[in-house]
Design a protein around this ligand. Sequence first.
Ligand code: BTN
Length: 234
Amino acid sequence: KNYIFFDQIDSTNMYAKSNDLPDGTVVLAENQTKGKGRKGRRWISSKGKGLYFSIVIKRNYPLNDLMKLSLLFPYAVKEAIKDYLENQIKIKWPNDLYINNRKFAGFLIETEIEGNEINRIIAGIGININNEPEEFGDIKDTATSLKIEEGKTFCRKELFCRVLETIEKSLDKFSSLDLTDEIEKDLLWKGENIRILDEGIEGRLIGLDRSGGLKVLTEKGVLTVYSGDISVRK
Ligand code: BTN
């Protein structure tokens, strides 16, 4: 295993992307000054409080597997840490982890694609572990950490080892893993009325299709969406 550790860096994803690192490399930082989230958002990365890391996967996958691959990471993290928690973890499609309706882990999956093949995946993972509410500032109503929800401090090293081990195992059995079934069980807002932001789609969240797309029952029938952010319809 190849680990690259930084006390401080701009973003572990940016580092992993701009360097040609071998398959299986894990880039880990205690603190990120420009932690990146999906859709140009940022990821608050307070020093020593959470786990901020990127995994380089240099293997070939058919492009069709992209959606399922990006679901593998939240699935594996959930499996790795659920036994440490009293609260239930929910997966918010496409790939956020929630406890009590607030987000504690996010995934930024960046891929390199050639033709119909994925050649490289940089899986950026941010997990809020021992973060305090004050760290989240103006997002404190929607962001949380394991410590905030569980009321105790966690050993980051232990969780990190568990998470890496589970991701590795899940990747090894990726082709036989029934990810969509597994994720559907713990899908946030399943059966509720949701809205897909930016797409103007509203309807009842009914589940996932085989490739990991989100099935929504709308006035026009069942639609499957493959990208976007969801919120509960008010
Ligand atoms: C999101 O929820 O929008 C994705 C957040 C991903 C954050 C992680 S922290 C480690 C890695 N490096 C980054 O700059 N981002 C990811």
